[in-house]
Write a protein that binds this ligand. Structure first.
Ligand code: MLC
Ligand code: AMP
Length: 504
């Protein structure tokens, strides 16, 4: 029996060497992680979790939370991580859609989540930030003799929800083969070895912190400093003992604001990687001037894992996302005709390779709509490939805002605002924001005589939308600009409010 992804993780695990370092706390060796993941897998088996069952996890970042992910791989369960910022309303949808057998949450959330999970027949167990909780209590009493479930490359390892441009969120189904092939490609492309020590300051419920950061570390037999969240001071303090940082552009913007960031501080660091959102050329250049390091920018998506990367040895060009990774094919097509475009011409970026997901959970039509007849995934990103082969992302055809590396679909926010009494209509856009890259902004048209103000709208959204999706500003307008077809011209609004968050 073989377990496609976990067998590779086990084969790379250097026994008693460190895997997770908690500052001022425990060092988890690879053996520790193998032992605890085995016991958790055994506990899940006792709870009745079988291969293919979904396990939804909304917990704070901890070593135990990462080990729970490993346990799911071993038990053959499908890991379904959820942003800790999601409200109960949002959670209700994910549980209803994915029908997990087990939901793991903090003990503080147990009662409320239990009410949502029960009608769907899910069991609720807990795991807290300090590594305690009912799931761990169960695991402690289990023998470490669980036999890993048999899983092939095509079996599901995880479902990650991405919001939909239309309708509700879609669950991207990622297979053992998707995750393993991508992690190995990245490990080799970025020269990650057992000597590396990663500063892990990303959340672990998204592709970046979970698959890119964690799977690459595991497959290299490297170690990571696991931080609960990003704190520039803490990251700079760790640099003399670390070699690698992976972050979203906001990390680098905030690091540059610290006078402590200089060549001395980074002298032990080997590589700085950025992704999930566009890294401004000014940040790239500023970082290089200050530290001597050219940040390596790469491009990925939940549905495809990582697609392209700037080179390790060659020139890392600001404003580009580099070359397709080995095994991945990237092409640019004419959005109107689907014809493949030559170098330097801008069109739709399409992707094919072992990294590309299996489809959206229980949405065969939506899946079919996002693939071309010859099997390329239509990314929704607009870009070009230059004569040297570097991929450039120049915009998005999908109506999406990326704030601090989190995706916000305007339609979802507009839907919540439009429901409020006194609102005639709204348009949600992203405009340049010095910290988050883009700031979520709502332009709202009130009904005649409505007394609604910014505070009232923001207050009404509190329990409906995760904090990062809530607009940073609400602007009231008499009407929304429309084209002759009656469609709201968001590009006009984006231009009009381009300086809203400009630095003072
Ligand atoms: C937090 N807030 C945000 C926000 N993060 N608002 C908008 N966008 C965000 N990204 C809210 C907080 O709730 C808070 O609200 C206020 O903004 C200020 O918070 P903060 O303390 O400054 O934020 P912080 O906790 O420091 O978080 C910022 C951050 C974090 C950038 C460190 O957002 C982060 O870790 N982002 C990484 C996201 C990520 O991993 N993306 C990868 C997706 S995978 P208030 O008002 O209550 O104070 C993917 C594929 C790929 O895209 O290619 O990788
Ligand atoms: P997600 O759905 O959260 O996985 O977000 C994927 C999207 O993030 C992509 O489709 C891109 O629009 C964007 N993205 C990821 N990496 C980069 C990058 N380096 N530069 C620009 N956009 C990026």
């Amino acid at each position: 029996m073989s377990n496609h992804l976990f067998d590779a993780i086990r084969a790379a695990a250097p026994g008693g060497a460190p895997f997770i370092r908690i500052e001022g706390g425990r060092i988890w060796t690879y053996d520790d992680a193998l032992d605890l993941s085995n016991r958790i897998a055994s506990a899940m088996d006792t709870l009745g979790i079988r291969p293919g069952d979904r396990v939804a996890v909304q917990v704070d970042k901890s070593a135990e939370a990462l080990i729970l992910y490993l346990a799911c791989l071993r038990s053959g369960a499908v890991y379904l991580p959820l942003n800790t910022a999601y409200t109960l309303t949002e959670l209700d949808y994910f549980i209803g859609d994915a029908e997990p057998r087990l939901v793991v949450v903090s003990s503080a959330a147990r009662e409320n989540v239990g009410k949502i999970a029960k009608p769907h027949g899910a069991i609720v167990e807990t795991l807290d930030a300090d590594g305690t909780g009912s799931l761990l209590d169960l695991a402690r009493d289990e023998p470490a003799d669980f036999v890993d479930a048999s899983r092939s490359a095509d079996d599901l390892a995880a479902i990650l929800y991405t919001s939909g441009t239309t309708g509700r969120s879609k669950g991207a189904m990622l297979t053992h083969g998707n995750l393993l092939s991508n992690a190995m490609a990245l490990r080799d492309f970025w020269h990650v070895t057992a000597q590396d020590r990663l500063i892990h300051a990303l959340p672990i419920f998204h592709t970046h912190g979970l698959f890119v950061a964690t799977n690459v570390t595991l497959l290299a037999g490297a170690s990571m400093f696991l931080l609960p969240k990003f704190d520039p001071d803490e990251v700079i303090s760790l640099m003399p003992r670390a070699t690698l940082l992976m972050g979203v552009p906001t990390f680098y913007v905030r690091l540059l604001q610290s006078p402590r960031l200089d060549r001395q501080a980074v002298s032990n660091m080997r590589l700085f990687i950025s992704g999930s959102a566009p890294l401004l050329a000014e940040t790239h250049v500023g970082f290089q001037n200050r530290t001597g390091h050219a940040i390596l920018e790469r491009y990925g998506m939940t549905e495809t894992n990582m697609n392209t990367s700037n080179p390790y040895d060659g020139e890392r060009i600001a404003g580009t996302v580099g070359f397709p990774l080995p095994g991945v094919t990237v092409r640019v097509t004419d959005p109107a005709t689907g014809a493949v475009l030559p170098a330097e011409e801008t069109g739709m970026i399409e992707i094919k390779g072992p990294n590309v997901f299996k489809g959206y959970w229980r949405m065969p039509e939506k899946t079919a709509a996002e693939f071309t007849a010859d099997g390329f995934f239509i990314s929704g990103d607009l870009g070009k490939i230059d004569r040297r082969g570097y991929v450039h992302i120049v915009g998005r055809s999908k109506d999406l805002v990326i704030s601090g590396g989190y995706n916000i679909y305007p339609k979802e926010v507009e839907g919540e605002i439009d429901q409020l009494e006194g609102v005639a209509e709204s348009a949600v856009i992203g405009v340049p924001h010095p910290d988050f890259g883009e700031g979520v902004t709502a332009i709202v048209v009130r009904m005649p005589d409505a007394a609604l103000d910014e505070t009232a709208i923001l207050g009404a959204l509190q329990d409906r939308l995760a904090r990062y999706k809530q607009p940073k500003r609400i602007i009231f307008a008499e009407d929304l600009p429309r084209n002759t077809m009656g469609k709201v011209q968001k590009n006009v609004l984006r231009q009009q409010y381009a300086d809203l968050y400009a630095r003072t």
